[in-house]
Design a binder for this molecule. Structure first.
Ligand SMILES: Nc1nc2c(ncn2[C@@H]2O[C@H](COP(=O)(O)OP(=O)(O)OP(=O)(O)O)[C@@H](O)[C@H]2O)c(=O)[nH]1
Ligand SMILES: [Mg+2]
Length: 301
């Protein structure tokens, strides 16, 4: 399956739920009036797009309908598509321009941090990059073992310490090793933590501080993994994680398992943090850079 087909298959649940609702609604109107906009707004909210974002979308729609003099409700679909693409903004791929570049992955338990690191390591390895992975989740021995399996699959080296050791020290060692071994990219895993647990968030701040110090002069990405199936809760997670360590991008995971893929629009509109990677399955090649136009095309076409 090609890149776009995979994305389309991964977004099937969101497409089936969201687009069928929108199409049904537009089909039930013979002219464009205020009732249509109000019902569309409700439909978007039901599709987990969030109240503020749904209102903003419909405001833009009203404007465009007026400017373009559109009268056929079915033409709204194309307008909607362009408005959403506009809201998603310019694509911002990962900045891996320095040698080494550093990627720190954070997020709540089970969000998809470790598996995404495995997928990213594999993808960078295929591009001919030398990748070093840091087993910064020292909380459970199983977490280190899990990462070891993924790095073996991806053909990359792993820096690990014993279970229970200081995660900041693992990350420090990995960055030192990466410089000594002339690596291209260092990917740092971290333990899952609830965004409202103060001591765990403080630990994360410490890891982030060490990474910032050691990665001085390097490209540094701090990526928050968000599970798309959690819907609107993802937005509050992002706000709190962003306060603890400035996030440079979002990894939106498990888009294949949810009808709530519309959350991408809310994240872009309400947080202003770019979505950089998406995952659409559990296999090693089920990760893609986020391309707004492809994403919206996969939903609408
Ligand atoms: N269907 C689907 N499952 C996924 C995707 N990404 C991750 N998963 C699954 O989600 C579960 C958790 O993934 P992990 O990568 O271990 O999550 P984590 O954030 O590292 O979890 P902790 O380290 O426990 O905090 C695993 O069973 C993954 O296979 C995805 O895109 N689609
Ligand atoms: Mg993990």
């Amino acid at each position: 399956m090609g890149f776009f087909e995979k994305l389309k298959a991964g977004l099937k649940k969101t497409k089936d739920s969201m687009m069928s609702k929108i199409e049904r609604l537009l089909g039930s109107f013979t002219k464009i009036d205020e009732d249509l906009f109000e019902e569309l707004e409700e439909t978007l909210i039901m599709c987990d797009i969030g109240v503020n974002t749904s209102v903003a979308i419909c405001e833009k729609l009203r404007e465009q309908v007026k400017i373009k003099g559109i009268t056929d409700p079915m033409e709204i679909k194309d307008l909607l598509k362009e408005i959403i693409i506009g809201m998603l903004g310019e694509d911002k791929p990962l900045d891996l321009s320095s040698k080494p570049s550093v990627v720190l992955v954070i997020g709540v338990n089970g969000a998809g941090k470790t598996t995404t690191i495995g997928k990213l390591a594999f993808s960078l390895h295929l591009q001919g990059k030398m990748v070093l992975v840091a087993a910064g989740d020292t909380f459970r021995a199983a977490a280190i073992d899990q990462l070891e399996v993924w790095t073996e699959r991806a053909g990359c080296d792993l820096i690990k310490h014993k279970e229970g050791s200081d995660p900041a020290a693992v990350v420090f060692d990995a960055l030192t090793a990466a410089k000594a071994r002339n690596m291209d990219v260092v990917l740092c895993d971290t333990a899952g933590r609830l965004h409202n647990k103060k001591n765990l968030m403080n630990e994360l701040k410490k890891i982030s501080r060490i990474v910032h110090e050691q990665a001085e002069g390097c490209s540094l990405e701090v990526l928050l993994a968000l599970d798309a199936t959690t819907g609107q809760n993802a937005v509050s997670q992002a706000k709190l994680f962003n306060e603890a360590c400035d996030i440079t991008g979002i990894i939106l995971t498990k888009l294949d398992g949810t009808a709530k893929g519309g959350i991408v629009i809310t994240i872009a509109e309400e947080l202003g943090i770019p979505v950089k990677l998406i995952t659409v399955g559990e296999k090693i090649d089920d990760m893609q850079p986020f391309v707004a136009r492809d994403f919206v095309n996969a939903l609408f076409d």
